[in-house]
Design a binder for this molecule. Structure first.
Ligand SMILES: [Zn+2]
Length: 314
């Protein structure tokens, strides 16, 4: 089936779908709790990434991870309320294979299941198909490497069997959905109609999903401005925002005013506000799994690289 022509019907007569994958960087409780209380009250159920943490690591690497009992308690309370807890790596620092494996076991012990959804932390060298390996063709890789001053050239090895940081087989076994490209488009499903898709050239990831640009409160509220909300609704699309809720969404316990008014407006629409994995599972149920060919993948890569050149983010 051609995914670009098959319109998704959302459950319960909902007109569109909206969710967020929240990257946990710098997310202290005083920054995170007010944002989630606000989202929860409005009826949003999104996905919060976590690091389970690695026992015995220095305190600086355990900060903001689930090894902090208060943080874990909070993450569990969100899961109880229907938020999804996703994977952001074993810890904020690079983990060799055995630490990643330990992290998965810790995650399951803490949350009672394997993580269904992941996004990779920019600094972790165990990332899979990351850096210039996000791109398939030599000219695109060259353009990317020049843009990033070659710092991500052959830097990530999570997908390379035999490398000390390899964990691709664990990803394949435990995780269903991994994030790759981010676009400056409110309707993520329009920007990446194949989502979620399998890429045979990157076999250790079961399915990839894309996201819409919203890494801090400024870019998030720009993306979610009124006309874009109306566009998403009119198109009956799906939006998966990529965000760091620690980046300006709540200061001193107070939720940012513009973010507040936009989310309140969105919550009054007839949207399906479910976690990332629930949303993606529904798309797969509706039209089956998509496998992308090299040509389709190249088109996505080219568009993403243009986005990166323009916006400079992930
Ligand atoms: Zn991160």
């Amino acid at each position: 089936m051609d995914p670009s022509t098959s319109k998704i019907q959302w459950p319960g007569g909902k007109a569109f779908a909206f969710t967020v994958f929240d990257d946990p960087d710098f997310q202290s409780l005083d920054r995170g709790v007010p944002v989630y209380e606000f989202l929860s009250d409005l009826g949003f159920r999104t996905t919060k990434g976590v690091w389970p943490g690695v026992e015995g690591s220095p305190p600086s690497d355990r900060w903001g991870t689930c090894l902090d009992p208060e943080y874990l308690k909070w993450a569990l309370s969100l899961q109880e309320r229907g938020f999804e807890i996703g994977w952001h790596g074993a810890s904020p620092k690079t983990s060799p294979r055995e630490k990643t494996a330990e992290g998965f076991e810790t995650f399951r012990r803490m949350f009672g299941h394997w993580p269904a959804t992941l996004s990779q932390h920019y600094a972790c060298k165990e990332n899979m198909y990351w850096g210039d390996n996000r791109l398939s063709s030599a000219p695109l890789r060259l353009a990317y490497n020049v843009l990033t001053r070659w710092k991500n050239h052959d830097a990530f090895h999570g997908h390379v069997p035999g490398h000390p940081n390899y964990w691709g087989d664990l990803s394949k076994k435990y995780v269903k959905y991994a994030r790759d490209f981010v676009f400056a488009e409110i309707n993520t499903l329009e920007a990446c109609s194949q989502m979620p898709y399998h890429d045979p050239a990157r076999p250790e990831v079961n399915y990839w999903y894309a996201a819409s640009e919203g890494h801090n409160v400024k870019s998030f509220t720009r993306m979610l401005r009124e006309e874009n909300q109306d566009k998403l609704e009119a198109e009956g699309g799906a939006c998966i925002m990529y965000a760091h809720f620690a980046y300006g969404f709540a200061t001193g316990g107070v939720v940012d005013a513009r973010f507040r008014s936009l989310m309140e407006r969105l919550s009054r629409k007839n949207g399906w506000f479910v976690p990332v994995a629930t949303l993606l599972d529904h798309i797969v149920e509706q039209r089956g799994a998509v496998t992308v060919g090299a040509g389709e993948r190249s088109a996505l890569e080219r568009r993403w690289l243009m986005h990166k050149i323009r916006y400079g983010t992930t």
